[in-house]
Design a protein around this ligand. Structure first.
Ligand code: PGA
Length: 222
C-alpha cells in the first residue's frame, strides 16, 4: 500500500438525485485515469447511497473505491437501526472510524471504537481511523490513520503542513506500518502542501469533496 490516499467523506449530504448528479460529473475522472496509478481514491457516501455508488462506479468503470462513514460496533443481530460490517462489506472496502463528529455528537467511546475496528477487520473492511491530535490510542490492526485537528474541520483554517507532518511522524514512531492522512479544510489549492510532506500519505477531504469538480482538482493536484 504505497499509494497516496485521496479520500472524501460526503458526510450527511446528498439524496439520490444529488448523488446521481455528483457521479455523472465525477465520470470526468476517467480523463486523468493514466495519472492515478499511484493514487487510491476513496469516496464515502451515506449508507443510503452506497448501493447507487457501487453500481454506478462498476458500470462506468470508475477508478475509485468506496468507504462507509460508520459501522455498528456489533455483529449482525438484534440491534435495531444499526448497519453492520458484514452488510457494509457488500458495498465498500473502507470504513471511517473515530471521526470527531461521531466522537463528539454521538459520544463514541474508545471501547466502542475498538469494537468497531474489530468487527470491521473480521469482515475484511479496512478502517480509516481518525485521530484529533497526537497521543490518541490506536486500536490493534489499524493501518490507516487520519490526523484531523478539530480546529481545522470545516473551518477553512487548515493545520500547517509542518505540524501535520510532525504529528504523523510521532504516530509513525509507534509503528512504521501506518499510512497517515491529513484532514481538515483540504482544498485543491493546499492539498499538495500536505501530500508532499515526508510522513503524510494522503488526505481526508470533507466539504471540498461535495463539489465533484473540486474533488477532481484535489486528486489532480495531490
Ligand atoms: P473538511 O472536513 O474538509 O470540511 O474540513 C474534513 C473531515 O471532517 O473529514
Amino acid at each position: 500500500m504505497n499509494k497516496l490516499f485521496i479520500v472524501t467523506n460526503l458526510k450527511s449530504n446528498k439524496n439520490e438525485n444529488e448523488a446521481k448528479i455528483w457521479l455523472e460529473g465525477f465520470k470526468k475522472i476517467k480523463e486523468i485515469e493514466g495519472s492515478l496509478l499511484e493514487k487510491e481514491i476513496v469516496v464515502c457516501p451515506s449508507f443510503t447511497e452506497l448501493s447507487l455508488f457501487k453500481s454506478f462506479t462498476l458500470e462506468n468503470n470508475l477508478p475509485v473505491k468506496l468507504g462507509a462513514q460508520n459501522v455498528s460496533p456489533f455483529d449482525e443481530g438484534a440491534y435495531t437501526g444499526e448497519v453492520n460490517a458484514k452488510q457494509i462489506r457488500d458495498y465498500s472496502d473502507y470504513v471511517l472510524i473515530g471521526h470527531s463528529e461521531r466522537r463528539n455528537n454521538f459520544n463514541e467511546s474508545q471501547d466502542q471504537l475498538s469494537q468497531k475496528v474489530e468487527v470491521s477487520l473480521k469482515y475484511g473492511l479496512t478502517p480509516i481511523f481518525c485521530v484529533q491530535g497526537s497521543g490518541n490510542k490506536i486500536p490493534n490492526g489499524i493501518k490507516i490513520l487520519a490526523y484531523e485537528p478539530l480546529f481545522a474541520i470545516g473551518s477553512g483554517n487548515p493545520d500547517t503542513p509542518q505540524n501535520a507532518d510532525k504529528v504523523a511522524k510521532e504516530y509513525l514512531s509507534n509503528s512504521n506500518d501506518y499510512h497517515i492522512l491529513y484532514g481538515g479544510s483540504v482544498t485543491s489549492d493546499n492539498v499538495s502542501s500536505f501530500t508532499k510532506m515526508e510522513n503524510i500519505n494522503g488526505v481526508l477531504v470533507g466539504g471540498a469533496g461535495l463539489d465533484f469538480e473540486e474533488f477532481i482538482k484535489i486528486i489532480e493536484n495531490a
